[in-house]
Design a protein around this ligand. Structure first.
Ligand SMILES: [Zn+2]
Length: 78
């Protein structure tokens, strides 16, 4: 029988590659970042700004976000 060693090698290869393959498959659908940065609208120039980078004005219940200090100033002057 010449086929037996080949089958044996294939079996060994599968056994060795399976955990690797499973790891690759498990890693590929990466979980999304749980908190994508929220977008807020600048009421002065109507631009959407990333919340963490926006200029914040007002009290907790009436917070407004601006793209720049200039817009914040324009809003305060209204
Ligand atoms: Zn603005």
């Amino acid at each position: 029988m010449r086929l037996l060693p080949i089958i044996l090698w294939v079996a060994v290869a599968i056994v060795l590659l399976l955990p690797l393959l499973r790891r690759v498959l498990a890693a590929s659908p990466r979980p999304r970042r749980s908190l994508p940065d929220e977008l807020v609208k600048d009421p002065v120039c109507q631009t959407y700004v990333v919340k963490s980078r926006a200029i914040r004005r007002g009290e907790a219940d009436q917070v407004r976000y601006f793209c720049s200090e200039e817009c914040a100033r324009l809003d305060a002057g209204r």
